[in-house]
Design a protein around this ligand. Structure first.
Ligand code: GDP
Ligand code: MG
Length: 161
């Protein structure tokens, strides 16, 4: 069994874009509308052939517990609970507004990396100071869309598996 890395976060933060970058596919639908991914989507990371791992894209946790959004969030939580490493994806452009997911992740207490996506065109220091209150010792910044920071990210992930 390959180790499993789960991408979790609010809708629209770039989880599916990251999934596609990891898997070198376009299997995950990327959309500028929140909530395109409803289910879990598994693939093999193909960026480091020496350290293969499975990555699971999730549909996003929007804070609603009813209807489709609630079912989507439950899928995401289930994927995270079975993962060896969680990538908690947040959006540099939106700033820190992930408190619900944050408190859930704290309770879950699984190995988690904070991954700040969409850093392109943003002031890195400002973004880091905004997200400092989340209390992660380390913050990784990437631009999934521009494939920036993925090598460092991969090193951090592989080190933890
Ligand atoms: P998901 O809902 O978390 O899966 O987010 P998606 O991967 O579908 O991306 C949502 C939107 O953000 C899309 O319009 C993407 O093109 C855009 N996006 C994703 N990554 C980046 C990034 O690194 N920089 C910028 N500027 N936009 C991004
Ligand atoms: Mg998605």
């Amino acid at each position: 069994m390959l180790p499993l890395v789960a991408l979790v976060g609010r809708p629209n933060v770039g989880k599916s874009t990251l999934f596609n970058a990891f898997t070198r596919t376009r299997d995950a639908l990327v959309h500028d509308q929140p909530g395109v991914t409803r289910d879990r989507n598994y693939g093999v990371c193909r960026l480091d052939e020496d350290h293969p791992f499975l990555v699971v894209d999730t549909g996003g946790i929007a804070g609603e517990e009813e209807g489709l959004a609630g079912a989507t969030a439950r899928q995401a939580r289930a994927a995270a609970a079975e993962a060896d490493l969680i990538l908690f994806v947040v959006d540099a452009r939106e700033g820190p507004m992930d408190d619900e997911i944050l408190s859930w992740l704290r309770k879950l207490a699984r190995p988690t990396l904070l991954l700040i996506n969409k850093i392109d065109g943003m002031n890195e220091d400002t973004v880091r100071s905004e997200f400092a209150r989340y209390g992660f010792g380390e913050m990784l910044t990437v631009s999934a869309a521009h494939r920036q920071g993925l090598d460092d990210l991969l090193d951090e992930v592989v080190e933890r598996l």
